[in-house]
Every structure is written in C-alpha cells, then in structure tokens.
Design a protein around this ligand. Sequence first.
Ligand code: UDP
Length: 538
Amino acid sequence: QSQELSQAQTDYHAALQALVEDGTRMVCTGRMHTDRVCRFESLCYSTEAEEFVYFHSNSSVMLPNLGSRRFQPALLDLSSVEDHNTQYFNFVELPAAALKFMPKPVFVPDVALITNRFNPDNLMHVFHDDLLPIYYTMQQFSDLDQEARLFFMEGWSEGLHFDLYKLLSNKQPLLREQLKTLGRLLCFTKSYVGLSKITTWYQYGFVQPQGPKANILVSGNEIRQFAKFMLQKLNVSLEESSSEEYIVVFSRTINRLILNEAELILALAQEFQMKTITVSLEEHSFSDIVRLISNASMLVSMHGAQLVMSLFLPRGATVVELFPYAINPEHYTPYKTLATLPGMDLQYIAWQNTDREDTVTYPDRPWDQGGIAHLDKAEQERIIKSTEVPRHLCCRNPEWLFRAYQDTKVNIPSLIHVIRQTVKSKPGPKKQKWSDSLYPGKVRDARCQASVQGTSEAKLAVSWQIPWNLKYLKVREVKYEVWIQEQGENTYMPYILSHQNHTFSENIKPFTIYLVWIRCIFNKNLLGPFADVLLCST
Ligand code: UDP
C-alpha cells in the first residue's frame, strides 16, 4: 500500500511540475465564440474565485490568441444555446510562477467535458440543449469516451432528469457546487470546454420570435442513433413489429390539461381500432415511457416539453400536437421541426382549439403559470378579448403564458377530422428506404458537338453518362437538368430532360460560345451537383 501511495505522490509531483513548467495549453475549433469548442491541457479552476485559470509558461499555447477580443463578448458559449449572455465562458490569466502562492492544486485525472446545462427541469431543453449536444460533442473528440467525466458549471442542482445525464458516460457527472468539496484549486489534466451546436434545430426566441434554426445541420438519422444509444442505456429492448399496434396519449397532470381525456382515448381507440394508453411524467418511469413510445404507432399530446419524446417513436409513426385556444401552431414549432427533420420519417399533425367555449383560463394564478391579475385592467381585457397571441420574444410574455397554460376540452370530431386528412389507413411503423434520401453524383463524360447551318442557325448536341452511384441504386425517377448560358450573359435557358443526350436548336446562334451546366435529379427533389461546366463553340 505504501508503494501505491508513493506512486501517487510521484504522479502528483510529476503533474505539479508539468503544470509549473508547461503551463496551460489550449487549442480550439471554430471561428467565432458561437461555434467554438476548446481542448485544454492543465486548465485550472479556483473554487473560491469561481474562475477558470489559464497559466502562462514557456510551453503554454493559446489558440486562438484573441487578445482583448476574448471578452467581445466571450471566448465561447458554454451551453448549446447560441450567444446567450448568461452562458459565456472565459478564463483569467496568471503566470505559472504564481502557483507558488496558491493553494496546492488538486488534479482531475479523467478527461473532462466542461459545459452548462440550459434548463435541466424542462425535458425539451434537456434533450435539445444538453443530451444531444453532449452526445455528439463526445463523438467529435475520441478521448471523450465512456470514461470521460461531465462537469456542469451552470450552477443548478441535479434537477428532475439527472438520471438521463448519467447515461452519457460511466462516471458520475459533477456539479459546480460539488467542486468546492474537491479542493480550492482544481486542475483538469485534459478537458474540453463548450458544446457542439450541430444537432440543435430550434431557437427559443431571445432575439427574434422563436422558430426553427436558420441553418439546420442534423437529420433524423443522427437523432435516431442518439435515441438508440439512450434505449440501450435504459435497457429498453425494441420489440419487433409482431406485437400489437397502439396509440399513446402523453398527458400533463399539473397544467395545460386535456379536460376530456377519457373521451379522447375512447374516440382514438374506436377510430383507429387500436389500443390507446395514457402516460405522464408524473405517473410513469422514464424507461417505461420510452419503452411505450418506441413501439407506438401514434403519439398524441398537448403542446409541451414532453413532446420531445417523439424522438423515440419508430419510423412511420404519427405525432399529433394539440394547441390551446389562441395559440397559433405555426408560431411554436419545436416538435413539428423535430418530427419533420429529413429522415425522421414521422408524420406530424397539429390541432388547435378554436372554440372559446372549450377553453379554461386561469387569470388569477401567479404570473409564471399564466396569471394576468398583476397587469392593468385594460391590458387584462385586451388579452382576454384577443383571439391569437401575437408573435413575441422569450420568455415572460404574459399573453403567451396566459394562453399556454389554459386547459382544453378537445373537440373530438374536429381532431379526428384533421388526423384523418393525413392518416388515411392505419397509422404505423415502416422500414427505412435509403433510395428516398440519397443524392445523385455528378453526371460523367459530358460532351457537346456543334453544327452550323447557314449564317443564322446552329445546333448543339449535348450528351453525358449517368452519375456513378446510380448503377448501385434503385431510383424511381431520374431526370437531368441542363442550363445553356451564352458566355458573358447572366441569364440561361433551363431544360429538364429524361434522356442522356439532347440536341438544342432553339435560340442557338452560330459562332458563339455556350456554357453548358448539367446535373442529375432523383425523384423530383433530390438535386445533385453540377458537373464541370462544358464550353461549347458553335
Ligand atoms: N410537465 C409535466 N406535466 C405537467 C406540466 C409540466 O410533465 O402537467 C413537464 C413538462 O413536460 C416539462 C416541465 O414539466 O418537462 C416544465 O413544463 P413547462 O410547462 O414549464 O414547460 P413546457 O412544457 O411548456 O415547455
């Protein structure tokens, strides 16, 4: 045992010496604070100052070296929510020599991912802002493996869904508060700071009204792989299609209630001839909910964070989102955007209560549960009269909260009608067909041959070969798009063709140079890349 101890002591001495001599090293990816993730060696954290510390020494590295731009506004976003001023990361700098005067560092041996959770009590935020980004940040850096340790620096306690965060690695995640118990100066041997935003699909409305992100970079494939990982970690096995089909109603029990839930369940069961069951976060374990949803044909729920669980639905299933009175479904689309990501293969249906008789409001509740009693009389009256919440910014718009926390008596015939407009026969799972989502390569061996007839007429015969990947695919419809552009002109003539050659004679002049652009199109909307431009002289 004493040998182990002296081993640990020499390790400690070596680590301390390395820190003093080499200082901190940082190399980051990303060009802006909003897309930056940094890898550190020997990044330290003072639990007293609640500051990260970068130690300068002969071997320290800081890339990017931004000078004071590091504070404009920050080095990086610590959460996946873009450019939120409560989520910025930075460090303070010191010479490594200052370590002589500081508390003895405690070294963290695990590879660390240091990040902020955004709102750990709300399931949509848990999945969209934290779990998916953490999972894919870990995929990006190979030493962030199952032995890595997560450090949550936002300052919250564990929160309602801490068990889900625990699934991401084999080590217990640590919270900011717990760091104090480890020591006064912590030094992370190897750490990554920040989170990839590549999987997020929604912006919550901090600078413009909420909506899908402008440039979504994730497809259903990556969402489903993450879902599969979670399923495995939760020990949920996927049953095969042999088992009975059913509908899940995901209910809320505290607010935004469905007032006629029993009637709704009977109606759905009767209409679709399927067993219909209810789940809620209050009454079911998380793994039970995941197990039930992952084999369901349809998920029906009030608008709300619990609908993020539709990422566990099988391909081909249907999501039905119910909106209370005066809430325009088009203005609140986190779950629609998820369900309709390319390759997610879910059918999405929104239903809105349009009947004032069927809504129950709570003007006297506290403001954060939608009460409006604190507003002046005129404003209260305006809100009560209004038939639609105007677009607004996050997060405290009283009219939005007032309408969002209404209870609803669902008009069954109207709901069945909108579902039936999309779901014609039985809703249900389907197999993935790759050929529906793959893009053509470039057309190959494009050639042109010109012929001139007299002084005013000419023809251009253009031919090409199929894209290389087509011979390995079954594609329903293959078309080619050809653009013919006179050299030096801004405009072009577009053609959609079915064959691999065509002779153009319309508007073709003799003794002119044409640029010919050709691309392949699969199934009307899968547009391939243009082949290298062809130069054709008549
Ligand atoms: N929630 C719930 N049942 C309820 C009310 C809320 O399970 O009756 C959950 C909800 O799914 C979310 C969290 O509690 O994960 C916070 O709900 P809130 O209404 O604040 O957010 P929203 O659902 O509108 O995003």
